[in-house]
Design a protein around this ligand. Structure first.
Ligand code: HEM
Length: 434
């Protein structure tokens, strides 16, 4: 359904989510564009990046960054880059060298499928794709429902909740742990390792963040060496168990080296964590900001599928993507030589009025909704249907049980440019909580 008319004002704005999506004047917007540098982002950007994205799209859609790279904010440009994996490489060896040196973070991030081109990308993707079939995902639904209901029962018994600690942060680690059959009692450190390793992908890194990331890769590798040795002895069902699939490799085809194996397991375990936590947290928070949309979803629970797509578009968990040109190209009339770094503004593309009518309005029934939250092209998220399942079950069941939930204190934002979400969202459950 196409929407028209101005974006409605959100009910309240403790974390910047509902702040106006545009700068107050063209002069302010132009000044923000001129100063826009991913390495020196202003505090206001972390609270609410949308005025910056709109201003960039309007005044400088192919924006040259001070380091010589470009930031893209138009939907059509972002899609074109995603689709052309020959001209726009995902290989990060050159980009990450100055950032990580020769450390373990460098080894990890340059060995995972997401930051590689063929042949490594194709080999790994082919091996794991078979574990993400619609059938395999449908089979996961029952265990996700059970997990979410147990968490919701615990929340009901407590009488209040932190939406991140008690729900959004707790679901993905279990789901991804099940997918790789990681023993339940060993899942404790996974979330912290994952946050430290992905946190090291921020445009600018402190020494402390880098060291935390290095320690996390070392601990993760040491743990997985043991887990993989054990799984080699006792293989699981390769139709269900992604770890067994990766170990066994393609039938009659190539296998992964030990390093490739370990780093890609780490990537898969990480990829599904923070992003999915943010989908659930951002979705439940957006509903608080848009009470009419919340009421609409409660009245028509069958809208949950389009609502999840809208949460993914409206507050994309992953705001930035990256590529490097392999040859001279032209984007939006701007010529770039080979070796140019490009940042794909996923969050910006998802608010582009050329693709989405009334883009700053949350519309739980929005259709069509061809958002880029999962990327596009050959690297499109493999886990997208797992994430959709988790988002749908968690939000649907929480809303059905606690339709009157409301903020009990100020939420705390994660404060990151790439991964957009909350560290904490304290809520009261409201009078209809059972
Ligand atoms: C809301 C949740 C999620 C979001 C927003 C998300 C987002 C993305 C994006 C944008 C990419 C493309 C990266 C690029 O092209 O540079 C990607 C790739 C990937 N995602 Fe997700 N993801 C989510 C959940 C998951 C889950 C649950 C899993 C695993 C179970 C997963 C596994 C992967 C893998 C393996 C890739 C690499 C694919 C490739 O390079 O071919 N993701 N994801």
């Amino acid at each position: 359904m196409k929407q028209s008319g101005p974006a409605r004002s959100p009910a309240h704005d403790p974390a910047g989510l509902g702040a106006p999506p545009r700068f107050a004047s063209p002069d302010e917007a132009k000044a923000a564009v001129q100063a826009f540098d991913l390495r020196r982002l202003p505090a206001a950007y972390y609270a609410n990046p949308y005025p910056y994205y709109h201003a960039l799209r309007e005044y400088d859609p192919v924006h040259r960054l001070p380091d010589g790279g470009y930031f893209l904010s138009r939907y059509a440009d972002c899609v074109a880059v995603y689709k052309d994996a020959i001209a726009f490489s995902s290989d990060k060896k050159r980009e990450f060298k100055p950032k990580y040196g020769d450390g373990l973070l460098y080894e990890h991030h340059t060995t995972s499928l997401v930051f590689n081109d063929p042949p490594l990308h194709t080999r790994v993707r082919r091996i794991i794709a078979g574990a993400f079939t619609p059938r395999a995902i449908a089979d996961m639904e029952r265990s996700v429902v059970r997990l979410v209901d147990d968490l919701i029962d615990a929340i009901a018994a407590k009488g209040s909740a932190d939406l991140i600690a008690d729900l959004a942060g707790a679901v993905p680690v279990e789901v991804i742990g099940n997918l790789l059959a990681v023993p339940r009692e060993e899942r404790g450190p996974l979330r912290a390792w994952s946050l430290a390793i992905l946190g090291a992908l921020e445009p600018v890194l402190t020494d402390e963040q880098r060291e935390r990331g290095e320690r996390a890769v070392a601990a993760f590798v040491a743990y997985l060496e043991r887990l993989v040795a054990d799984r080699r002895q006792h293989p699981g069902d390769p139709e269900r168990d992604v770890l067994t699939r990766l170990i066994q490799g393609e039938q009659d085809g190539e296998r992964l080296s030990e390093r490739e194996l370990l780093h890609n397991i780490i990537f898969i375990l990480n990829a599904g964590h923070e992003t999915t936590t943010n989908l659930i947290g951002n979705g439940l928070y957006a509903l608080l900001e848009w009470p009419e949309e919340k009421a609409r979803l409660i009245a028509r629970p069958e809208l949950i599928r389009t609502a999840v797509e809208e949460f993914l578009r409206f507050e994309s968990s992953n705001q930035l993507g990256n590529r490097m040109t392999t040859r001279a190209v032209e984007i939006g009339g701007v010529a770039m030589p080979a070796g140019t770094f490009i940042t794909i503004g996923i969050g910006a593309a998802n608010r582009d009025p050329a693709e989405f009518a009334d883009p700053d309005r949350l519309d739980v029934a929005r259709e069509p909704n061809r958002h880029l939250a999962f990327g596009s092209g050959p690297h499109v998220c493999i886990g997208l249907n797992v994430a959709r399942l988790e988002g749908r079950v968690a939000i649907e069941r929480f809303l059905a049980r606690f339709p009157d939930y409301r903020l009990a204190g100020p939420p705390v934002r994660g404060g990151r440019a790439r991964f957009r979400g909350f560290l904490s969202i304290p809520v009261e459950l409201g009078c209809r909580a059972r």
